[in-house]
Design a protein around this ligand. Sequence first.
Ligand SMILES: NC(=O)c1ccc[n+]([C@@H]2O[C@H](COP(=O)([O-])OP(=O)(O)OC[C@H]3O[C@@H](n4cnc5c(N)ncnc54)[C@H](O)[C@@H]3O)[C@@H](O)[C@H]2O)c1
Ligand SMILES: N[C@@H](CCO)C(=O)O
Ligand code: NA
Length: 444
Amino acid sequence: MNEKRAIKVALLGAGSVGSQVARLLLEQADEYERRVGTRLELIGISVRNPDAKRDVDLPKELFTTDAETLIVSADIVVELMGGINPARELVTLALESGADVVTANKALLAHHGAELFELAERVGAQLYYEAAVGGAIPIIRPLRENLGGDRVERILGIVNGTTNYILDRMHTRGDSFDESLRIATELGYAEADPTADIEGYDAQQKASILASIAFHTKVPVDSVYREGITKVSIDEIEDAKRAGYVVKLLAICERIPGNNGEKDQVSARVYPALVPETHPLASVHGGNNAIFVEAKAAGSLMFYGAGAGGVETASAVLGDLVAAARRHLLGGPGSGESMDADLPILPVEEIVTSYQISLEAEDEAGILAGIAQTFAEKQVSVATLEQAAPVEESDDGDAESRATLVIGTHRATEGALSSLVTALAESPAVHDIKGVLRVEGSNL
Ligand SMILES: NC(=O)c1ccc[n+]([C@@H]2O[C@H](COP(=O)([O-])OP(=O)(O)OC[C@H]3O[C@@H](n4cnc5c(N)ncnc54)[C@H](O)[C@@H]3O)[C@@H](O)[C@H]2O)c1
Ligand SMILES: N[C@@H](CCO)C(=O)O
Ligand code: NA
């Protein structure tokens, strides 16, 4: 009888995602065998401590602390340890020994993806990473394959569940930042060190991965402009709400058409932005993620769902594992990453966007004219202006009246807009700049 041999799978790491992958791989073995055409055999799980308490009961005999020996016996290596070292060395070893690799490690890919993709191509192996962006949401394969014949023009992504959870709670319930972060951590959305989430590093890594695939160009993680959400105040969220916006931490990847036959440029950036409440991204609540893609022929598409969570992320990993197993049976080289467009990265000062600026000004005749003059000098045009009720203040016995102005600008370069904000801050008419947020997904 000509029975196909089993495909040997090695798992590195049995934490939130890894333990779920192991459980489902064992529980659903028969189903995978039917789907793939041969058995997927979990030959071992590399762990740091075989006796550690885990959420899922796994057969102890599968545990090993010798990752290298496990890797060289495997056809497919699934890396779910996270972090750069030793994941980088172990993935390198796996590819060099001819295994295909499945990983969820966005940090590894954002920092060393180019080197690992080159190695995979050289040895004829394949690196799969659907779980690295958007957790369970299919987005890597849609960009690489389904949209491989289209031209992606823009991506607006909510790619970090922790920050979406925090901003959503601040918006819908008026809860504080600290309280919202505490609950997001309890729910298991946050990284071990939540700085990666709230300061935007996690989203920056994901933006670098998305932009690289979408634009067939290496977009190094350090070239992705980044701001986190720690400076977003409840007042700014309230001002946004009154003006018909929701604040979201966005990963933005944009292709900027070149002039006069020049090459297009690309921009990748992460910052909290105002999104009109009518935009599909505004309705992404809690820890969910959504990636809104604008492509030349397809138009607008939105990919939505669970961007984090052990079992949810395991779904994406197992999908990759099935794809890797099928490829393994077919043989032949991997399909590689097409990074040959080599588009230049737009400097951050040249990004074109619009701002909403909340400021406190003296409520006197002529003040508005002075502010308008500053806008004119900086060649930024006002799109909307709203004045909140004046506040009476009398610290020193003299009552003075201050007005909060919420000014929306038309689109201008980042350079012009930040120079405007500096000039406003220095203007005697302006008492305090309460907040500055960019607007995305609007026609302003
Ligand atoms: N948890 C999520 O929601 C989620 C979502 C998307 C992507 N990811 C990615 O998936 C990967 C795993 O995440 P996780 O949440 O399961 O992390 P985790 O911290 O729960 O699990 C990682 C496990 O790997 C083990 N480990 C670390 N170094 C090791 C080593 N040298 N040898 C053996 N074991 C080692 C740790 O002890 C831990 O048990 C990360 O790259 C993460 O960024 C996670
Ligand atoms: N900490 C990440 C996990 C998924 O990558 C998040 O909050 O989205
Ligand atoms: Na995904």
